[in-house]
Design a binder for this molecule. Structure first.
Ligand code: PSU
Ligand code: MN
Length: 304
């Protein structure tokens, strides 16, 4: 039998052996989603939030021909300052591994790696989705299709508000992905608690989300769940406040001809500059909040 190119950290390996709860964490948010040094500080804070809620964090990245499940402090530092890290989705994972390059995993690639390592729950900031203008650009994130095929529960603050959220929800529905708002009826919009759209499903407890994860497993259903966890009240940027900045950033992206993988990192960086750092402060708060909920779900999945 071929062995998988997986390198579990000692902590993750021990947790797996004991059947203890583990939460997967992505690394594109580190390399392409936030500036240094806030990216590394946030990654450490997210790991601490997972531990505080009773689970073991497993930050995932590709280095030296191996998928690392759980990074050392030195690896995290190096990744946080790397300028040449690939942004890995499903399409890129094997090339990165086979060539020995360094790569950061998006939601899609992190789901694949988590599943290979037997990790059921994953926390991020916001998933990729259908971009505005997708009717001409065809830019639809591979994150949506991964949610349709890989059985990992993903906790995010909805999809990023730079996207076309109604179309994103439609694609998720078409592909049979449960979109579960946590503790409210509305689908959250990353920096804001509400998108003005109702989420298809709502659950109010981590145990309920774990039970539906386990029920999908019993049914043999392919694909994961998207848990849409609203940003905490005190960290929220209202939709009215963030909308003009989003419009301006989108116009700049178009004027500069930014396409494909570069779009999301460009927009996040422009928003960071235009809001004087407020968008990043909110992003950090929502990721920490998602990490805590994901850990509670992982604890309940491990108990079930
Ligand atoms: N959440 C954040 N910041 C990010 C991301 C998520 O708070 O940068 C990343 C994830 O890795 C997600 C990616 O998969 O953004 C979406 O990229 P794209 O739109 O190119 O599919
Ligand atoms: Mn895209």
């Amino acid at each position: 039998m071929m062995t998988l190119p997986l390198q579990l950290s000692p902590e993750v390996s021990a947790a797996k052996a004991a059947g203890a709860p583990v939460v997967a964490l992505e690394s594109t948010i580190i390399t392409h989603g936030m500036p240094w040094p806030q990216n590394v500080d946030t990654a450490r804070g997210v790991e601490a939030a997972v531990r505080a809620a009773g689970a073991v964090p497993a930050t995932i990245a590709v280095m030296g021909g191996l998928i690392h499940i759980g990074l050392s402090d030195a690896d995290l530092d190096r990744l946080g300052q790397a300028r040449d890290a690939m942004k890995l989705s499903r399409a890129d994972l094997a090339v990165c591994l086979a060539t020995g390059r360094t790569g950061a995993t998006t939601v899609a690639a992190t789901m694949i790696c988590a599943d290979l390592a037997g990790i059921a729950v994953f926390a991020t900031g916001g998933i990729g989705g259908v971009h505005r203008g997708a009717e001409t650009s065809f830019d639809i994130s591979a994150d949506l299709l991964e949610l349709a095929r890989t059985p990992v529960t993903v906790v995010a603050a909805g999809a990023k508000a730079i996207l076309d959220l109604p179309k994103t929800l439609e694609v998720l529905e078409t592909h049979g992905v449960p979109v579960i708002a946590f503790g409210q009826d509305d689908f959250p919009a990353f920096w804001s608690r509400s998108s003005g759209l109702r989420a298809p499903l709502r659950l109010d407890t981590a145990e309920g989300i774990a039970a539906s994860h386990l029920m999908r497993r019993r049914l043999g259903l392919a694909g994961g769940q998207l848990v849409a966890n609203p940003i905490p009240h005190d960290a929220e940027i209202s939709r009215a406040d963030i909308t003009p900045f989003i419009e301006a950033a989108l116009a700049e992206a178009q004027a500069q001809g930014i396409t494909a993988k570069a779009v999301t990192p460009f927009l996040l960086q422009r928003l960071f500059e235009a809001t004087g750092g407020r968008s990043l402060t909110a992003n950090i708060a929502l990721v920490l909040n998602n990490a805590a909920l994901a850990a509670a779900i992982a604890v309940a999945v491990a108990a079930g």
